[in-house]
Design a protein around this ligand. Sequence first.
Ligand code: FEO
Length: 396
Amino acid sequence: MNTQLRENIHWVGYVDWSVRDFHGYNTNRGATYNAYLLQDEKTALIDTVKGLYLDHLLDNIRQHTPLEKIDYIICNHSEHDHSSSLPRVLAACPQAVVVCDQKCREFLKMQYDISEWNFQIVKTGDTLTLGKRTLQFMETPMVHWPDSMFTYVVEEKLLFSMDAFGQHFASSHRFDDEVDLPTVMAEAKTYYANIVMLYGKQIAKVLEQAARLEIEMIAPSHGVIWRSHIAEIVAAYQEWVVCQAKPKVVVLYDSMWGSTKRMAEAITQGAALEGVEAKLISVRAAGITEVATEVLDAGAIAFGSATLNMGMMPMMSAALTYLKGLHPVGKAGIAFGSYGWGKGATEDLQAWLQSTEIEILGEPLKCKFRPNREVLAECETIGRQLAEKARELAAR
Ligand code: FEO
């Protein structure tokens, strides 16, 4: 495996081939926790890895240098996947100084016993000279936590971008031009939708700041390193930060005995007849990760649920709780669903829509028991209306 980014700059992280659940995010292609070693007159470790994989990190570092040689550990973000091995890394190299921003120090203090740690607190614009190389720091709050920071190696035009531009993607390769680009772009989209969609405004600001830097390589804390397709990933981020809609309709549903599913199919058919991309997703079968990913670039969304216990189906409720937290913007939507002797699901869906910024396209379409031909025709009409709205939003 080629782990060299530049002369004396190496990836020393861990490839987690088997992880399939990253705090609820379905990581079908595994993940990586990236850490990097910069050797100059001084030696710096950029981030650490999830605590379980401490030994791998230390072994990877030892291939290049003894642990005692590490002078600085740059902590760009204190979330567990990057910091939970830090206490034991510091125990192995106690002379190392932790370099981070003030917020990161606060967060580390609330997670670990830092009483014996030496810190150097930095802020945007501060630099740290390692010898021939200079590290320049940029605070990037909410990308992904308030403590987050980018580290830029001035002489190498190399940006360590923490969670930004990451992907949960296990591979024996470390660089974007060594793997299948459509696959890695799809994983970058899934990562954006599920981890940072909520912070689009802050990320847009960071993109503006980063545009002032000359960048030849972006090394995120997850997935492959961007060196040949920087323009593609930055262009994709520029669309994702505003949840730019495509002419695309997504129909999300959960059904009990097939009636709501039948309605969902008819809505999807109506949208497809208008020539837009139309996706039918059973939230129970697909799971929340796919739901968030497909909503990111949808223009219009139909939300359907059968009634269970006077409310919506539980997996629909879970998906909507998740989506609300991710705060998709620039979308339009409508509720639908079948019920039997008790109502409640479409009322719940409508109330949820009213609690979001999603533009509501009309009253919910309700159906008592099985949808007849007239109801299905109505569903198809709604599908066509959603398609028209998706086109309109995509043109903005
Ligand atoms: Fe990869 Fe926000 O941690």
